[in-house]
Design a protein around this ligand. Structure first.
Ligand SMILES: *Cc1c(COP(=O)(O)O)cnc(C)c1O
Length: 459
């Protein structure tokens, strides 16, 4: 298995050819199949003596890959799509080939150095201080959890043991992503979910009201305020300054979830909407969503990385060689494993770093602006179409709209038909209890003509 013979050489060529071809082409949308269908088509793939590399590659290309929707297709407009640059995908192959342990400076210094510069780009976009830093984790869910674990740790540490057995409480909003509630479940933490406005935004009045409504013993349990810049369903930005003020007044951690919308910081046309972000204690953004990197890549940044390290560093006889036993020693090597709930890690920030280094930051700003333009001009087309209505004016690149007079079944039927015909992948969502349509543009290859096509199929 570990020898490079002629059959491995043939396979190498075939795999690289497959990957390069996939990156180059406009992929088919494809679509899911049932377990039974896949079982019938693929059979039992694992056997005592194996099927051989070329056969496994054929099976992947003919059966398995087509049963996965191509989320980088320009008319994949559901959820939050992905749009990695060719360079980032190709470099992902290099990262995979390089067996880099990205958990420590000792083993991965070169990779960690480059990842940290990519993190710095994001920290600068957000206006975070020079000491800010963090790590690339698998996704927003992992980033939110890790940030909140650090927040709780600091709260308990500051209380000098008084709250070590007290259940914590966070203040978030109804517009927050489901991963915040999931983090609370994982941490056995309570959540006050503040009412959002009609567009799903967290506002100062509702925040103040929620705080005022807390019993004194609950107020003591609060360890973080969580705001969102770019809600997943509507793409709106909370009042970050108000949330920062409240966190400051309560003396608690301020976390901002920008998994989807954080990328908008790169776009001058909307940058002003993020005022207050520079006050975050922690902030996440997923480059695998709207910053053109492949899965799985979330940038997690802390204002005070030492606070995160205090919460996350693992100790073991065999690990202390990486950092010594004294956590508080000032000049320690930068070990990415210290900044999240993980230890071993792929240097998953490298594909993002490579593309950013290659193209420069201006190209990133331009690409984000392009998607915003298409999303917003698409909204104008919807406004002009007699059979359609905007649910709200878009703030970022998510657009919510309704087909006048349609039932939930009609929406679903339309969505199913579009995928079956391989036209587009656009699923309905719900807004204020009503089934509506939603598209999310993060792909610079998505054009206004693609949005027009949707509009035409809805008439
Ligand atoms: C997508 C998203 C998440 C979750 O990110 P994953 O990378 O899917 O784990 C969290 N918060 C927001 C606002 C998101 O849009």
């Amino acid at each position: 298995m570990h020898t490079h013979d002629t059959s491995v050489e043939v396979l190498t060529q075939a795999i690289v050819r497959y990957a390069v071809e996939r990156v180059r082409m406009e992929p088919p949308l494809d679509g899911p199949r049932s377990q039974a269908e896949l079982q019938a088509m693929a059979g039992d793939t694992i056997s005592e003596h194996g099927m051989g590399g070329l056969e496994a590659l054929r099976l992947f290309g003919d059966v398995l890959a087509p049963a996965c929707i191509s989320s980088d297709h320009p008319r994949f407009l559901s959820f939050v799509p992905t749009a990695p640059t060719e360079a980032s995908v190709l470099f992902d192959l290099v990262v995979g080939a390089s067996s880099i342990y990205g958990g420590s400076w000792m083993e991965g210094a070169g990779a960690v150095f480059a990842e940290n510069q990519a993190l710095r780009y994001i920290a600068d976009l957000a206006g975070m201080p020079a000491e800010a830093g963090g790590v690339f984790v698998s996704g927003g869910t992992a980033g939110n959890l890790s940030a909140l674990i650090a927040a709780r740790h600091r709260w308990r540490q500051r209380a000098g043991g008084r709250f070590d057995r007290t259940r914590g409480l966070i203040i978030s909003s109804k517009g927050a992503h489901s991963s915040i509630a999931q983090a609370c479940r994982a941490m056995d933490t309570d959540e006050v979910s503040v009412t959002a406005d009609a567009e799903g935004r967290l506002h100062v009045e509702n925040l103040l009201e929620a705080i005022a409504g807390l019993a004194p013993e609950d107020r003591e349990r609060v360890f973080a305020v969580v705001a969102t810049c770019g809600t997943t369903n509507a793409g709106v930005i909370d009042d970050l300054t108000a949330a920062a003020d409240i966190a400051e007044e309560l003396g608690v951690w301020f976390h901002i979830d920008g998994a989807y919308g954080g990328a908008g910081l790169a776009a001058p046309s909307v940058r002003g909407r993020y005022d207050g972000i520079e006050r975050a204690d922690s902030f996440i953004v997923d480059p695998h969503k709207w910053l053109f990197a492949p899965y799985d890549c979330c940038a997690l940044l802390y204002r005070d990385p030492l606070a995160a390290r205090a919460a996350h560093r693992q100790h073991a006889e065999y690990l202390d060689v990486l950092h010594g036993e004294d956590d508080h020693h000032a000049d320690q090597p930068w070990n990415p494993s210290d900044f999240a709930h993980h230890l071993s890690r792929r240097a998953r920030g490298l594909p993002f770093w490579f593309s950013l280094a290659m193209y420069g930051t201006a190209a990133y700003s331009d690409a984000v602006e392009t998607t915003l333009t298409v999303a917003h001009e698409g909204a104008r087309l919807i406004e002009a179409a007699p059979h359609l209505e905007l649910v709200m004016q878009p703030e970022l690149s998510v657009v919510l709209f309704r087909r006048v007079g349609w039932t939930p079944q009609q929406y679903q039927g339309w969505s199913d038909r579009l995928l079956a015909e391989q036209t587009a992948f656009v699923v309905p969502t719900a807004w204020a209890g009503e089934t509506v349509l939603r598209y999310c543009v993060v792909n610079p290859r998505t054009t206004l003509a693609d949005i027009q096509l949707l509009i035409d199929t809805l008439s």
